[in-house]
Design a protein around this ligand. Structure first.
Ligand SMILES: Nc1ncnc2c1ncn2[C@@H]1O[C@H](COP(=O)(O)OP(=O)(O)OP(=O)(O)O)[C@@H](O)[C@H]1O
Ligand SMILES: [Mg+2]
Length: 205
């Protein structure tokens, strides 16, 4: 039995996950609740080695499936080593991205089989699901602009927009598939306004 709440932030690049997670962490801490902030890839010792392999240009021959297994291995270590112990200690766990990123980016974005990814990730997490997923939903162009600090996208980045549109669609489809845990929060407003929307979505205002 776990005791703490497990809250995940998802959304395309630049949608404000890191910003909003920190704003929520401060509110929880101000209310005297212990918080674990974490992110994926999970920052465990094992995970850091896996990440090295995933990012190493010498290993460009990784197949998309192998890549999915390595991310899943990182996630398994992250769940066991960090998330579950914190939940058992009664901490609220805030996680910047979780398996929904894999499904959106690798599944919808890159075309890896969604059923394969779902089964793989169920095994990796041992079935642990968050209490809430806050999906920060934003137009792809707005996300890119934020991520690029208001510089217009160059040609390559513009090509990425098509990819991110599929990713966004993937997130929205997941939200309608799992309405009991997902809350879609429109992220097209100033930080403090989005923060208020997040608190409302969590029933915490
Ligand atoms: N509501 C907002 N309005 C305008 N700019 C914002 C807003 N929220 C965050 N930003 C800015 O947009 C940029 C991206 O925000 P942030 O890093 O929180 O997004 P992210 O979803 O974590 O992105 P990534 O997926 O790249 O980690 C940052 O420069 C941040 O200061
Ligand atoms: Mg971030």
């Amino acid at each position: 039995m776990t005791r703490g709440k497990f809250i995940v932030f998802e959304g395309i690049d630049g949608s404000g996950k890191t910003t909003q997670m920190e704003l929520l962490a401060r509110v929880l801490e101000a209310r005297g609740m212990p918080v674990l902030r974490t992110r994926e890839p999970g920052g465990t010792r094992v995970g850091d080695r896996l990440r090295g392999l995933l990012l190493d240009p010498d290993y460009r021959d990784l197949t998309p499936r192998t890549e999915a297994f390595l991310y899943a291995a990182d996630r398994a270590q992250h769940v066991t080593e960090k998330i579950l112990p914190a939940l058992h200690r009664g901490e609220t766990v805030l996680c910047d991205r979780f398996l929904y990123s894999t499904l959106a980016y690798q599944g919808w974005g890159r075309g890896v089989d969604i059923v394969f990814l779902t089964r793989l990730n169920q095994l990796a997490t041992g079935g642990l699901a968050p209490d809430r997923v806050i999906l920060l939903d934003l137009e792809v162009e707005d996300g890119l602009r934020r991520a690029l600090k208001n510089r217009p996208p160059d040609r390559l980045e513009g090509e990425k927009a098509a990819f991110f549109r599929r990713v966004r669609q993937g997130y929205l489809e997941q939200a309608s598939r799992w309405p009991e845990i997902f809350r879609v929060v429109r992220a097209d407003a100033p930080e403090q306004e989005v923060h208020r929307r997040v608190l409302t979505a969590l029933g915490m205002e």
